[in-house]
Design a protein around this ligand. Structure first.
Ligand code: HEM
Length: 207
């Protein structure tokens, strides 16, 4: 038996940069949306960032680079340290069904430092939404230079809906994610300090 970190520092650092960056992206994105709404509603001005369209765009493009680099570093770390393999995989349909049914009946046990199957699935889905939001963002940012990409997404107008949809998916994830943190608050401190868990020796340590 040996003690290892529940959340290694690269995961924590990239996670919190992401959380902060996401707030900026949501708020500046809503400001950009308000200048030319896709639907019949606009976002309250207090929920936007940048003050005016130019300011919102400046925020969006600046934080976009931070999040892109942060996301790439997280994925590289996840692959090469085997964090993904050890902590986010496997995700079998059987385990998802079991954990979802337990979760809906508030019977799902939280094992220290172990993500349940529903959590794993949600993390993979939000990563996929992250990739989609970057791809669709590039398509609407440079629709002339990247016209092949924009065409794959069905053209500029459709790509805007895809970008908005990916934002909605990440927003929905965040609401559920924060609700779960509120329901199981003991998970929060290890995500800040790292925490420790005891594992069978032989397990590859990645901190
Ligand atoms: C203030 C906002 C947030 C809080 C308080 C928070 C809290 C947490 C906590 C406590 C965990 C560990 C859960 C556990 O050990 O069971 C976690 C993991 C995670 N969170 Fe968040 N989170 C926030 C925002 C976000 C956002 C905006 C995203 C993505 C859009 C996100 C994505 C993730 C992912 C992917 C993991 C798993 C990380 C890994 O182990 O690789 N979080 N979060």
């Amino acid at each position: 038996m040996k003690k290892i970190r529940i959340h290694p520092w690269p995961v924590r650092l990239t996670h919190w940069i992401n959380a902060l960056g996401m707030v900026c992206m949501f708020m500046s994105g809503w400001g950009i949306y308000n200048a030319s709404p896709l639907f019949r509603f606009s976002f309250a001005k207090d929920l936007t960032l940048g003050g005016w369209l130019g300011g919102a765009l400046a925020w969006h493009f600046a934080v976009m680079w931070l999040l892109l680099i942060n996301g790439v570093l997280y994925v590289l770390y996840g692959v090469f340290s085997r964090h993904f393999k050890h902590d986010l995989l496997p995700v079998s349909p059987k385990a998802i069904k079991r954990d979802l049914s337990d979760a809906l009946r508030f019977r799902l046990k939280h094992e220290k430092g172990v993500y349940n199957a529903v959590q794993r699935l949600m993390y993979w889905l939000v990563l996929a939404a992250g990739v989609l939001i970057v791809i669709s963002g590039l398509a609407i940012w440079k629709p002339v230079q990247l016209q092949a990409l924009t065409a794959v997404l069905g053209g500029y107008d459709l790509a805007r809906f895809v970008h908005f949809g990916a934002m909605g998916a990440i927003g929905a994830f965040t609401v559920v994610h924060l609700t779960l943190v509120l329901l199981v608050p003991k998970t929060l401190l290890p995500m800040i300090t790292g925490g420790v868990k005891t594992v069978q020796s032989g397990r590859v340590e990645h901190d």
